[in-house]
Design a protein around this ligand. Structure first.
Ligand code: NDP
Length: 312
């Protein structure tokens, strides 16, 4: 029996993947979407989402992703709760292999595998997740307006998030583990010249404090060994993200951090029929709404490709 060749396989089920599925399904591409091991992506570990247009009263992250999924299914997306473990983009027809070992073939593949925030790995950090511990200041900063907050990290993300938080919080404590920041000069200057922001150099976090919500952090000076506590209502971890792109390394171009590189103003890769959207290709904006936007672009790019090839 010859194996079915799908029109469009989508890998990943965050806002990018589901939006690609909605557009692809409505364009009669009969997409097959693999959810991966965290169906719904990063929004599944988010409480209130207040910045996604169309939800004037806000919505819980998991509820929003259930809506995305329902909308994708309504137009005929076939959704499989499986993880894709490897791909082969060698010929005109592309192959993806799931965790069960099953192979699926498709004329086009949309990669929306997202990125995962890096965490410190403390028990208290996990316990207080969404109770003041967050990896997204743009998403959650608003909940802590008028309060003191902590940001951990010394790169551009930490500098940007700390600066952003000073616009709404009463004071921001930035914990930098060395005696210098990795962030670009201009971002560092913004941090150092902001009197609503205190940098704690050589500081590592021993524990996030609080029983049911964040009350502060116990930190250690890595040079003197001295321990101290800082009171705060939130603890933002901004030590980088890791794009989930390892399985594409033999086929697609990536930057030094593993983000897949797409052609300017499109979701095209160097391989015909393979498109990337969402956080797997975006280290800069990383918002649900921007991911959804590029998901739409990927489906349109795939649809045009299939039409040009005479496949649909
Ligand atoms: P980076 O990898 O650049 O920086 C991570 C920071 O977190 C470093 O300061 C690192 O410290 C610190 N860190 C790592 N692990 C720990 C830990 N366990 N405890 C405490 N601190 C830790 O990640 P970013 O997310 O900041 O940036 C990623 C890329 O995105 C960069 O290329 C950046 O330039 C870019 N970016 C650009 C922006 C812009 O242009 N507007 C905005 C945001 C990001 P150490 O230095 O000691 O390793």
């Amino acid at each position: 029996m010859t194996q079915e060749i799908h029109n469009c396989i989508i890998i990943g089920s965050g806002p990018a993947g589901y939006t690609a599925a909605i557009y692809a399904a409505r364009a009669s591409m009969k997409p097959l979407l693999f959810t991966g091991k965290e169906p719904g992506g990063q929004l599944m570990i988010t409480n209130d989402v207040e910045n996604y247009p169309g939800y004037p009263d806000g919505i819980m992250g998991p509820e929003m992703m259930a809506d995305f999924r329902k909308q994708a299914e309504r137009f005929g997306t076939d959704i499989k709760m499986e993880m894709i473990e490897s791909v082969s983009f060698d010929g005109d027809v592309h192959t993806v292999v799931s965790e069960t070992g099953d192979e699926y073939k498709s004329h086009s593949v949309i990669i929306s595998t997202g990125a995962s925030a890096k965490w410190l790995g403390l028990e208290s950090e996990t316990r207080l997740m969404n109770q003041g511990v967050s990896a997204c200041a743009v998403c959650d900063g608003f909940f802590f307006r008028g309060k003191d907050v902590i940001v951990v990290g010394g790169g551009d993300t930490a500098a940007e998030e700390a600066t952003f938080l000073t616009k709404m919080c009463s004071h921001v404590h930035l914990l930098v583990r060395r005696d210098e920041m990795r962030a670009s000069k201009i971002m560092q200057e913004r941090v150092l010249n902001n009197d609503k922001l205190t940098v704690h150099w050589n500081s590592s976090t021993l524990e996030v404090l609080g029983e049911t919500e964040v009350e502060g952090a116990r930190i250690k000076n890595t040079v003197t060994g001295e321990e101290s506590t800082i009171a705060s209502s939130a603890f933002f971890v901004a030590i980088g993200h890791k794009p989930n792109t390892g399985m594409f390394k033999d086929y697609l171009k990536m930057d030094d951090h593993g983000y897949l590189i797409t052609h300017p103003d499109s979701t095209h890769t160097d391989i015909g029929g393979v498109y990337v959207c969402g956080d797997a290709q975006d280290s800069k904006y990383r918002q649900a709404v921007t991911a959804a936007g590029t998901g739409c672009m990927a489906a349109l790019d795939a649809e045009r490709y299939l039409t040009e090839q005479g496949i649909i």
